[in-house]
Design a binder for this molecule. Structure first.
Ligand SMILES: *Cc1c(COP(=O)(O)O)cnc(C)c1O
Length: 435
């Protein structure tokens, strides 16, 4: 498979280059030249297959040309050491629980897969220098990436996070690991962290000294494996007799998750409609309504992993549909929710249906409810994080004292270690050069 850049100013390249570099030389995002389709009959057999088997079919279709087939199967197997169950919430609404991985975030899937694929390519190429992964996080990405890459040979990870703006549990997930993981506490906002990472990628001196890559969803090996669980979810619904007429709703920030769903759709995923659920950061909704895309600074909300003012995967969505606003707006609907609405939904669903939503999943649930499903239609929203990851917010809203799963408590036992840096690029660059 060859990959092109969404800016179309660089030559086609292969998966190895795409994974090691993340971003094309013209600063565009890499896209596969074609999207393989999965035969309907094969999709129909998925209801009798395991998550790992389903994921292997999807992975081979996409990456099979570029990697040794058995290695790819092994990587899929190692990545998916947990399930992504579909749980009934009420009427015709189901929750796809993506929080059963090691850091209780859906990003575990992409992070674990990318770490292994990157390591495979580093070894295959015989790179004599280490690859440095830079990742900016508002909370969830840092933990998933740090844990996914922990101890992987040939790779160093630098996690940049905004001082005082991530939850204590999240902070422990990337500051207590040590080994090849370095946490950088930036005196600024998430946008500042993101700007530092972006500036590093275009700095000539830095790039001649060290090989840099990104583990944010701009990297193909990070976002694309997320298509695995869309197929797995449809297979589970099929098994429950709920196939056909499925609408999938994705709480979205940088739009990597929903982009993976749209790739799955193009491969043949039996889904009829998509919904992008947003908090008050609603530039995508505005695009759906007006055809105009106007990025702006993000605002803080309860669903902070979706506080994104310029979703990085927007360019991929445009390309997937030949920049046709008409096609995009007919396949995808958008909804947005304020903090008050998020809290209201969490209380209602908890009290009426005894289902505990996190603030991100609450946007997903409510968007399905507001979209309105007809009899015979099935709604599936992605529950993107375990509620305990947002314990302070959830407890305040519900008046609860929710239990912290043992997996999370383990992280809180370690010793926190991070390097404090300002938000100026020179200081960050100096630190990288000296490390
Ligand atoms: C990352 C994240 C999102 C947003 O996912 P994107 O792929 O950036 O759209 C939503 N919810 C949670 C809990 C997340 O961690």
């Amino acid at each position: 498979m060859q990959y092109y850049s969404t800016n179309k100013q660089t030559p086609l390249t292969n998966l190895e280059e795409v994974v090691i570099k993340s971003l094309a030389g013209d600063k565009g995002l890499y896209m596969p030249e074609r999207i393989p389709s999965i035969d309907r009959n094969v999709i129909a057999t998925m209801k009798d297959k395991s998550f790992r088997e389903i994921a292997d079919i999807v992975a081979q279709a996409f990456f099979g040309d570029d990697m040794e087939s058995q290695t790819l199967t092994d990587i899929v197997h190692e990545t998916l050491s947990f399930e992504t169950p579909v749980v009934h919430v009420n009427d015709n609404i189901y929750s796809l629980e993506l929080f059963h991985g090691p850091t209780l975030a859906f990003k575990d899937v992409g992070a674990r897969f990318m770490a292994r694929v990157l390591s495979y390519f580093i070894l295959r190429r015989g790179l004599d220098r280490e690859v440095n992964v830079l990742v900016a996080t508002s909370g969830d990405t840092g933990g998933a990436v740090a844990n996914g890459f922990l101890g992987v040979p040939g790779i160093n990870v630098f996690v940049l996070y905004p001082k005082g703006k991530v939850s204590p549990i999240q902070e422990c997930q990337f500051t207590t690991l040590g080994k090849n993981i370095t946490a950088l506490e930036i005196d600024g906002t998430f946008d500042d962290c993101q700007s530092l990472v972006k500036a590093a990628f275009v700095d000539g001196e830095l790039n001649s000294h060290m090989q840099l890559t990104s583990a944010n969803s701009i990297n193909v090996a990070r976002f694309l494996p997320q298509s695995f669980y869309y197929f797995n979810a449809c297979a589970q619904l099929d098994k429950a007799g709920k196939a056909g007429n499925i609408t999938v709703c994705v709480p979205s920030g940088n739009f990597g998750n929903i982009t993976a769903g749209l790739f799955a759709f193009k491969m043949g995923l039996p889904v009829k409609h998509f919904i992008a659920a947003n908090n008050r950061n609603d530039v995508f909704l505005e695009y759906l309504r007006t055809g105009k895309y106007s990025p702006r600074p993000s605002v803080e909300t309860y669903a902070n992993a979706m506080d994104v003012g310029n979703p990085s995967n927007f360019a991929r969505i445009l390309d997937l549909f030949g920049h046709s606003h008409r096609q995009i707006a007919s396949l995808i609907s958008g909804y947005r929710y304020t903090n008050e609405q998020i809290a209201e939904t969490m209380r209602e669903v908890y009290n009426t249906h005894q289902y505990l939503l996190d603030p991100h999943g609450a946007c997903g649930y409510q968007a399905l409810a507001d979209h309105g499903l007809k009899p015979g239609e099935t709604g599936l929203f992605l529950e993107t994080a375990h509620p305990a990851k947002f314990k302070e917010t959830v407890d305040t809203i519900l008046g609860s004292d929710i239990e912290i799963p043992a997996k999370l408590q383990e992280f809180m036992k370690g010793e926190k270690k991070s390097v404090a840096l300002g938000k100026d690029f020179e200081g960050f660059k100096e630190f990288l050069l000296s490390s």
